[in-house]
Write a protein of this length. Structure first.
Lengths: 401, 293
């Protein structure tokens, strides 16, 4: 398979193009904009035979997708940050109506303060909206996971939409070498869209999403829960098949040097490459460090995570989210729950917000804190890492009466 | 589920839970009668959602979706695009929305759909407040009208939806009223035959929210039209065409005194309302003359 060069947004567009959507609705937002642009290019130059609806907001983008998908066509959109927040209401309609929309989300901070840069607060705020969530580590994975997401989401046992999350700028605007299937190979894998269960058809009448009485709502949610449970199995089957076809098997979690590890970090997204680099350095120094990257966050692969980490005495979870007011930020909360009773000590780290680089030095610092705990030198860690000198002094205003 | 002993006439089922004397029921029965079975509906939450039904019991015999309050035009755009992609250019995609879902929270998505000239029929039944949630004021609530959020009477007038629609240059828009169902049906039929974004704004008296006896809906709608409080007009190919000249133009006293919502609007407010009605009508007449030149 020949290599091609894509940035993350380009890889997302390539996967969408290969899946042949019939309706595309997108609204530009940094750092997603080039997806909206390239998709319109593809429609204009005939590479995608689709209706391109130039909507006036992300809320309408998802609304158009809901309407179009219900008529029985594959749809496409993409968003980021506050755009996803604006979409939130309709994201619930999409998942509740069991519409298997696949949407790249280019991860970016939420506001305020304004930021254009990467963290995971936007998609983490959507983690209970009823969407599958995949967090890409590389541009290659953007392509692979987007193609796989169609198969997983559209599977008749799943019927649940997917967010394919790629870190803003770190992946969206980073040119990387990508191995891509041919259009024919990709189409043979993804296949045509088949409408199931809920649809709008004047010749086969049903009214979708009317008021649901209390006597039925719980059961409707339960159906979604079962969809998520099945999605975990379907994802593994689809990843296996993708691996057989294309030689790369996407993963739900990626384990790196965990078997004999004394300390391990749990990471998500593009930070993971740097974390592996730090692990390699530490291993050379004789420190038994390991890494677990969570690729599939919804459904949360708690069993696999427990199996992978249960023998690691000290675990740190790196959240690229603030998790304000929570006992622990989102990834740490879930990993802690997965490891409950396993005997590991689980600590939370928060950093990398608004595009702040998590350098190899920063990761070594985190491992060093975990090592101190492992060796009994410390009882806990500093959760917020890489903080500037006196964070409370920033924007501090003297009140002059 | 109830066992139905006889099929209902038309495309609305038995047992709709709208209030006695509700204008919407009259509107939707007539609209769907004209549009026919090759129609799909987008209905937001609100009074019209009584026609989407509850659980397994829909109250219309058509395909459709109950969307969110603010995105009917966008969902309809998506349905139209999906149909178009599959070669279906014949099915009417109709959004059927109240004033709150149109002039307040849904104005943005409607504006987008009008700008893109989506192939949809957007119908706003205007009962001039959020009636389904308990008569809260909307931007369609008229000057002086009392609602649960304008208890002392609304201090400002309503948005002029038809002029907002005309500013988008849609191929066809019209106002209508339950006072003249023949005219309403003619406009729905005309809208059905036109491609692109069509908007109908239909005056819909509400006995519960406006405070009048449920037997007076048509009489009240007629007073609205006769006084010019509701102006019947069409907008087609950039031209304005007014309906017959209101017989009591600028005399909304009779219209207002029939309704308890205007009980606090006495004296100067009534005069202000009449002035507004006259100046708006004269402006619309100028637009009509401009189109005729």
């Amino acid at each position: 398979m020949p290599f091609r060069m894509f940035d993350g947004n380009g890889a997302a567009v390539e996967a969408i193009r290969m899946a042949r959507p019939g309706v595309i609705a997108a609204y530009p937002i940094t750092p997603q904009s080039s997806i909206a642009e390239k998709l319109s290019d593809c429609v204009a130059n005939g590479q995608i035979d689709a209706e391109y609806i130039r909507v006036e907001s992300e809320h309408s983008a998802m609304s158009v997708c809901v309407g179009a998908c219900l008529t029985g066509v594959r749809v496409a959109t993409a968003t980021s940050s506050v755009g996803l927040a604006l979409m939130h209401e309709v994201c619930g309609v999409t998942s509740g109506c069991r519409l298997p929309v696949v949407m790249p989300v280019v991860n970016r901070s939420l506001v305020a303060p304004w930021s254009l840069w990467c963290d995971h607060q936007d998609t983490m705020a959507e983690r209970d909206t009823g969407w599958l969530q995949f967090y890409c580590g590389t541009v290659q994975e953007v392509l692979d996971l987007t193609l796989c997401a169609y198969r997983i989401s559209e599977h008749q046992d799943v019927l649940t939409p997917s967010m394919v999350c790629l870190d803003g700028f770190f992946l969206s605007h980073s040119m990387q070498k990508v191995s891509a299937p041919t259009d024919e190979e990709a189409w043979d894998f993804v296949g045509p869209y088949v409408r199931r269960n809920m649809y709008i058809d004047p010749t086969d009448v049903m009214f979708v999403n009317d008021l649901c009485p209390t006597s039925e709502y719980t059961e409707m949610r339960y159906q979604q829960k079962v969809g998520f449970e099945r999605a975990a199995d379907v994802a593994r089957e689809v990843f296996d098949e993708y691996g057989r076809r294309f030689g790369r098997r996407p993963c739900t979690v990626e384990k790196y040097l965990l078997d004999d590890a004394d300390i391990a970090l749990v990471t998500m997204g593009s930070m993971s490459g740097t974390a592996k680099f730090a692990v390699n350095e530490l291993r050379r120094q004789g420190v038994k460090a390991g890494l677990l990257r969570i690729c599939m966050f919804r459904p949360f692969p708690a069993g696999e995570i427990r199996e992978a980490l249960k023998n690691v005495p000290v675990v740190g979870v790196v959240d690229r989210s603030a998790g304000l007011g929570a006992a622990q930020p989102p990834a740490a909360t879930e990993v802690s729950a997965a490891l409950r009773g396993a005997g590991c000590r689980v600590f939370s780290f928060v950093g990398g917000l608004a595009g702040r680089d998590i350098s190899d030095g920063a990761f070594k610092g985190l491992y060093s804190e975990l090592l101190d705990v492992f060796e009994g030198q410390a009882q806990s860690v500093n959760t917020w890492f890489d903080l500037k000198g006196d964070p409370m002094a920033l924007r501090e205003v003297d009140i002059i009466c | 589920m109830l066992k139905m002993m006889a099929a209902s006439k038309g495309l609305v089922t038995h047992g709709v839970s709208s209030c006695q004397g509700c204008g919407i029921e009259l509107i939707i029965r007539n609209v769907l009668d004209v549009l026919g079975e090759d129609t799909v509906l987008v209905i937001p939450p609100g009074c019209a959602a009584l026609f989407s039904g509850t659980g397994p019991e829909a109250a219309v015999k058509l395909a459709g979706i109950q969307g969110n309050l603010e995105n009917s035009a966008a969902i309809a755009s998506g349905i139209a695009a999906g149909f178009r992609h599959q070669g279906n250019e014949h099915t009417t995609v109709c959004a059927f929305c109240g004033d709150g879902a149109t002039v307040d929270i849904g104005l943005q998505s409607l504006s987008g759909a009008m700008e893109r000239n989506e192939n949809i029929l957007y119908i706003c039944y205007d009962n001039e407040a959020y009636m389904n949630t308990g008569i809260q004021g909307s931007s369609s609530t008229p000057l002086g009208a009392s609602t649960t959020t304008t208890p002392a009477g609304k201090p400002v007038g309503s948005k002029d939806l038809i002029q907002i629609v005309m500013a988008h240059g849609v191929p066809y828009a019209a106002t209508a009223s339950v006072a003249d169902l023949g005219d309403l049906r003619r406009k729905v039929k005309k809208a059905k035959g036109i491609k692109g974004c069509r908007v109908l704004h239909i005056h819909c008296p509400c006995p519960t929210g406006w405070g009048y006896h449920s037997s007076k809906t048509i009489e009240l709608a007629r007073e609205g039209v006769d006084s010019g409080a509701w102006v019947l007009m069409e907008y087609e190919n950039g031209r304005v065409k007014l309906g017959r000249r209101p017989s009591k133009l600028g005399h909304a006293e009779d219209y207002m005194k029939l309704q308890k919502r205007f009980r606090t609007a006495v004296g100067e407010l009534t005069a202000q309302t009449n002035e507004r009605i006259i100046s708006r009508y004269e402006y619309l007449e100028k637009l009509e003359r401009l189109g005729g030149e």
